[in-house]
Design a protein around this ligand. Sequence first.
Ligand SMILES: Nc1ncnc2c1ncn2[C@@H]1O[C@H](COP(=O)(O)OP(=O)(O)OP(=O)(O)O)[C@@H](O)[C@H]1O
Length: 494
Amino acid sequence: MTKSIENFPCHIGKEIGTGAFASVRLCYDENAKIYAVKFINKKFATKCMGSSVWARRIASEVQLHRLCNGHKNIIHFYDTAENLHWRWVTLEFAQGGDLFDKIEPDVGVDEDVAQFYFAQLMEGISFMHSKGVAHRDLKPENILLDYNGNLKLSDFGFASLYAYKGKSRLLNSPVGSPPYAAPEITGQYDGAKVDIWSCGIILFALLSGNTPWDEAISNTGDYLIYRKQGERPSSYPWNRLSPGAYSVITGMLRTDPSKRFPTKRILQHPWLTSNISFRTDNGNCSDPVALASRLMLKLHIDLDKPRSSLTDSASYGTISMTQPTTKVSDSDIHDHTAIYGHLSQPVQVNEEVDASELMEKDPSLSQFCNTNGFIERLAGKATNFYEICPPERLTRFYSKASKQYIIDRLYDALRLLAVSLTTKHTIGQSMLYVKLHDKRKCLLQGEIALKTLGHNLELVNFIKSSGDPLEWRTFFKNVVSSLGKPIVLTDITS
Ligand SMILES: Nc1ncnc2c1ncn2[C@@H]1O[C@H](COP(=O)(O)OP(=O)(O)OP(=O)(O)O)[C@@H](O)[C@H]1O
């Protein structure tokens, strides 16, 4: 079942992501070619940003994204158009979903997987910089994967042209997400150098499942310790890094931008020029199924362990975003359905599904699974990355408890986390809209959707609408650990 809107040439399918001002939908043309289309509700964007600001922002996003077309590690921009109510941007569909949705918080990925993804990240960035474009908002939310597990940079919303026809200029708007933003961002800065800094933080996050500090903007906390140690830290978790990774990361995280490694030096670093697993000669993924399996095998939630203190990892605080924040009221945020509902498909109620067949094929179950070899069994049948690492978030679980019982327990868990919450019930589906600040004091929001699948089976889906995917997963883990085994199915046979 698809919907159409005036002048939009494709069929509109399900929502695959949301941004502060967008609903990203799966769309397909008459030749069945699939695209990801970012729909912006013009009235809503104008209300939040003012008409001239948002018009300038979208014009710049589109122009700079188009300029960066033609690299395998950058989402391809196809087209943009509008009608009276909507502006849309048609993009290549990243079928492997968000990279950081597949990374275990505080654990990270194996070193060879980090090398593979970091090389692709640097190649994408190096291409952008060769066009004179700085991304300025490099963070996990903007790193997607294609159907073969290759990295794709997305979201040119804060990109800026810093070099043109051999002339370069300094930039001066303080954009970016605090844990990933370079220290010089509050003054005048070189756009390429702030991207290098953010890539250094991303590499650290790939290897350790966490960022090194809340923000490098002020000399506080972990960043102060880093500075005091002469930017050569030897304490945990730095001492867990291999010498090669340590050398690359600390070279990229030099506070003085003039001492920071340039892109060329990073790409020629022995840590990246030695043989990289999973990589073909042209830099693509050589074995998507093996790569997907390696990522999935690192994801694990142990429901037998006593849960950790919930309030440590998520608490309300004053939000300190450097990204120019736009005042959006709670009702605006929560009423995504009212804003983007015109694009929506009717919810399917009580589809009679074969529960065990569905769960046998769902990789998300493996994170709780007591059955050995779940991922190996899927890998045996898979030919593509996305059959093991699906585009949908892995932050979901199945339950055989009644919907009302799950909602009551969710309320208990969310109260302990001091999470602000509103609910909405439609036919066949209940939504709990949540909003909290993560441990880095960045805003995290989304919805917990409960859908009855039939055969007394509920699918409970944690769908992030904004915030860091690692922090969203931490939030998900805290909630499911609190719910525990009576509610969360851990096995296809249970
Ligand atoms: N090309 C794509 N293929 C698949 N999923 C995508 C694609 N583009 C975006 N998404 C999904 O939609 C989400 C939001 O997209 P995006 O970050 O571009 O929106 P935005 O409105 O610019 O967000 P922001 O709130 O950061 O301004 C992404 O995190 C991702 O999950």
